[in-house]
Every structure is written in structure tokens, then in C-alpha cells.
Design a protein around this ligand. Structure first.
Ligand code: ADP
Length: 459
């Protein structure tokens, strides 16, 4: 419970941390966005108010005023008036753009800007106050006075301006004064937003990602460690329970035997006396074996001192099985498939027989009645390959990666009845490792078990 809570709190903290970091990055992004916009606006304001640009703007204004006079004298239509305004703008635009881009260069700015000044409305009113709309109010690129066309959704408004002028027009009725109301707006568009922001924020992004990965790694490592410790603690408790259980039987038998010996009747009866002595001796050996098993089998492969000599594996296994068969029940059969490879194995026969006998003992202990021992030379990877297979209870796949761990015992209901300390496979693996070999298991519940030992030819 505590452990799960700890993990949940850690994950929540991590999520909050990511949230806060994301918020900070977003804020920096907004700030950068604002700074770049302000810089670009300032640059445009300076360039636009230069005398050169002002004189260019007067070119279309003067042209418009003279065309307005022609319109009022009915020499041209309203459309002609607007068309000619557009024509004039097109004519002066290349000159404008040149000056504008030249001006931008002096700023040595990173941003790429598009600029446009568009007509938003034009009207004239006469002395009586009658208003005539020449160009209805709209915000699109229909008439671009200066600059280049771009999508209105990308456009950032810089300012709205109104050119107002009292203009005298000579018509057939004499001089009339018109009040001109010429509205326009200036927009800009920064075209390289993404590259600008990525460049500005890349260090921050990389650092935050690294920091995040580091924290996740740390959390993962801590949780793994905690899990491992929990498992080790469980295994140790199991081991203590197992060994106590194993010690109890010989100890209680010993206590019974000593009681018999102290009994006056037994002292006079030689048979009972010697029986009791034999029991004591047997239990003593049993205790001794148990202690030896714990001491020896806990050795790591670096501590195993091998006395290596080349030997023929086929005859070695044959002899080992002949001896072994004498010690087991007649109900158990062992099939041998031992190839005569002629290739010698440079190893320690004492340790290798301990390893093979451990596997055979397990096969019988865990329900095997028909055992198969095989040997061949794997020419693909040049390994002596020994296999021990049984038709016992099998090992479910989920335990495979643990069974070679020290003190590990499969803790399924069915396996509770089998005595053991969880050291056999650990020690077997250490012996094989000391020979630079490997041991693998292939098994499933109720499918029997096969252990495959591989020892390189050249060791
Ligand atoms: P022990 O036999 O003392 O429990 P081992 O290290 O020899 O310890 O084996 C570890 C576990 O692997 C055992 O608890 C058992 O569940 C499983 N095991 C080993 N060999 C076999 C086998 N041949 N068949 C089924 N289960 C096996």
C-alpha cells in the first residue's frame, strides 16, 4: 500500500513538474513573441517615417487628387478613379520596396517582415455636408498603396491613418471645396516566426527536456531499486522459513534419540542403544549436509576455484548416469542421447557433475519420471551442449527469469510441498558461468522442463 502510494505521489509530482515547466516555457515563448513584435514595429515605424518614403507616398496622393478633379468634372468614372490609384501604386511600389528593404538591412534584424499599406475607405463631402463614398469601408488587399500582399489572418495591425484634405476643385459651376477623407491601414507580417522562436527557445527546450529525462530516469531507477529490495527481503524471509523447517526434523529426531540414550532401559539394551547412536549419526550427517549446502552453494562463480582438465563428455556423462541410476528409484527411467563428438571439454569434472546432478535431482523432485539427458556439439556457435529434460510439473514462463537467483523458489500453491532452499539452480548457474557457459530453461506449467547447458569448446 505504502509503496503504491509512494509511486503515485512521485508520478503526480513529476506531472506537476512537467506542467510548471510547460507553463514557464509558454511564458518565455509569449515574452519572446512580444519582444520580437515590438522590435519589428519600431523598425517599421523608423523606416516608414523617413523623408524618402514620405516623398514616395506623395506621388500617389498627388496623382489621386488630380484624378479626383477629373472625376468631379465627370471626365472619368469612379471605377477609373480607383483603378488609376491602384495603377499608380503599382508603379511606385518597386521603388518603395527597395527603400524599405534597404532600411531593414540597417537594423541587422533577424526577422523577415512583409509590409502593406492598404486603403480602408475613401469618401468626399461637399460644402453642404453631402457625403459621397468613393471606396466603401473594407479591410482587404483590394487596393495596396505600398508594400506587398499577404493573408489578412497573418497580418498584425501597426496603425490606422486618415488623410484629410480640403480640396478646391474647379468645375463648370466655379470653384467647389471638397473635404477628402482617405483612410488607410498599415499591417506587417513576420514570416520567419517559427525559426526565430525555435532559435531563441532551443537552449531552454533542450535543457528542460534533459532535466525531465534525468528526473524520469532517477524515478525509474529508484522504483526499480525499491522493487528489487522488496523482492530480496521477501526471498530472505522465505529462505529463513525454509531453513528453519529443514532444521526442525533432524533436531527433533536428535532430541528423541538422546532421550532414548538417557533412558536406563536403553542403557541395558544394546540393540536400542546402537539404533539410537545410528539415528544420531544419520541426523548429524543430514545437518552437516544442510550446512554445507548453504555454505558451498552460496558461492559466486568468481569464488569457485576450478581444477580444469580436458575430458570426454560422452563417457563422463555415461559414467555419471550409471552411478546416478544406482541411487534413484527403479520407477524413474533416464534416456540418454549422447553423441560421440570426440571433442574434449576443458573443465572441472567435480563441479560439472555437481551441476548435472543438481538438475537431475530437481527433475525427480519436481515430478519427473521419464528423464532425457542429451549431449551434442553445436557447430554453429562451437558449444558443448548438454540438456536435461523431464516430464514433471514444469515452470510457468513468468518465473523463468528468477529461478537462477539466489534463494529463489517458485511460490505457487502446488510447489509448496517440495522441500528446498532455492540454492540448487543458483549454484548450478554459478558453476556453468565459471566455465564461461550459459544455462537456459524451456518450460511451461505441466509441460515438463528442459535445461540446456552450453559450454564453449575453447575455454
Ligand atoms: P529448490 O529446488 O531448492 O527450491 P532450485 O534453485 O533448485 O531450488 O530451484 C528453484 C526453483 O525452480 C524451484 O523452487 C522450483 O520451483 C523450480 N524448478 C527447478 N527445477 C525444476 C524442474 N525440473 N521442474 C519444475 N520446477 C523446477
Amino acid at each position: 500500500m505504502k509503496f503504491k502510494l509512494l509511486i503515485a505521489i512521485s508520478i503526480l509530482t513529476l506531472i506537476s513538474l512537467v506542467g510548471i515547466q510547460g507553463y514557464l516555457i509558454y511564458n518565455s515563448y509569449e515574452l519572446k513573441h512580444k519582444t520580437i513584435t515590438i522590435d519589428a514595429r519600431n523598425a517599421i515605424a523608423r523606416i516608414y517615417t523617413s523623408p524618402k518614403i514620405d516623398s514616395i507616398a506623395w506621388l500617389y496622393r498627388n496623382n489621386f487628387l488630380s484624378n479626383l478633379e477629373a472625376y468631379k468634372n465627370n471626365e472619368i468614372s469612379k471605377d477609373d478613379l480607383l483603378d488609376s490609384l491602384q495603377e499608380k501604386s503599382k508603379e511606385i511600389n518597386p521603388g518603395f520596396l527597395e527603400i524599405f528593404n534597404e532600411g531593414l538591412k540597417t537594423y541587422d534584424a533577424d526577422f523577415d517582415i512583409q509590409f502593406k499599406k492598404i486603403v480602408t475607405a475613401i469618401s468626399v463631402s461637399d460644402s453642404l455636408g453631402t457625403i459621397e463614398t468613393l471606396y466603401p469601408e473594407k479591410r482587404n488587399d483590394t487596393i495596396i498603396l505600398l508594400g506587398s500582399s499577404f493573408d489578412q489572418t497573418d497580418a498584425l495591425l501597426i496603425n490606422n491613418s486618415t488623410w484629410q484634405k480640403d480640396h478646391d476643385v474647379t468645375t463648370e459651376n466655379g470653384i467647389e471645396t471638397f473635404d477628402l477623407n482617405f483612410k488607410s491601414s498599415i499591417f506587417m507580417n513576420i514570416t520567419n516566426w517559427n525559426s526565430l522562436l525555435i532559435r531563441e527557445l532551443s537552449t531552454l527546450l533542450v535543457l528542460s527536456t534533459l532535466l525531465f529525462l534525468f528526473v524520469v530516469g532517477l524515478l525509474y531507477y529508484s522504483i526499480q531499486n525499491l522493487l528489487k529490495q522488496k523482492r530480496v527481503a521477501e526471498i530472505k524471509t522465505d529462505f529463513i522459513n525454509n531453513i528453519t523447517h529443514e532444521l526442525k526434523t533432524p533436531l527433533s529426531t536428535l532430541s528423541l534419540a538422546t532421550k532414548t540414550l538417557t533412558n536406563n532401559y536403553a542403557k541395558d539394551n544394546k540393540e536400542i542403544f546402537s539404533d539410537a547412536i545410528q539415528v544420531i549419526e544419520r541426523q548429524n550427517t543430514r545437518l552437516q549436509n544442510l550446512i554445507d549446502q548453504v555454505l558451498k552453494s552460496s558461492l559466486g562463480y568468481q569464488q569457485i576455484q576450478l581444477q580444469k582438465e580436458p575430458f570426454n563428455v560422452t563417457t563422463f556423462l555415461d559414467d555419471l548416469l550409471n552411478d546416478y541410476e544406482l541411487t534413484i528409484s527403479k520407477k524413474i527411467t533416464i534416456h540418454r542421447t549422447l553423441e560421440s563428438t570426440g571433442m574434449l571439454l576443458n573443465g572441472d569434472t567435480f563441479y560439472i557433475s555437481t551441476a548435472i546432478i543438481n538438475l537431475l535431482n530437481n527433475s525427480i523432485k519436481y515430478g519427473g519420471t521419464t528423464l532425457k539427458v542429451g549431449y551434442f556439439l553445436d557447430t554453429k556457435d562451437n558449444n558443448h551442449t548438454i540438456s536435461v529434460a523431464d516430464n514433471g510439473i514444469g515452470i510457468s514462463v513468468k518465473y523463468h527469469k528468477h529461478i537462477f537467483d539466489k534463494f529463489y523458489r517458485v511460490s505457487e500453491k502446488d510447489t509448496h510441498n517440495y522441500k528446498g532452499l532455492g540454492l540448487g539452480l543458483y549454484y548450478t548457474n554459478q558453476i556453468i558461468k565459471a566455465h564461461n557457459g550459459t544455462i537456459n530453461v524451456a518450460s511451461g506449467t505441466n509441460e515438463g522442463t528442459t535445461f540446456i547447458v552450453k559450454i564453449p569448446v575453447s575455454i
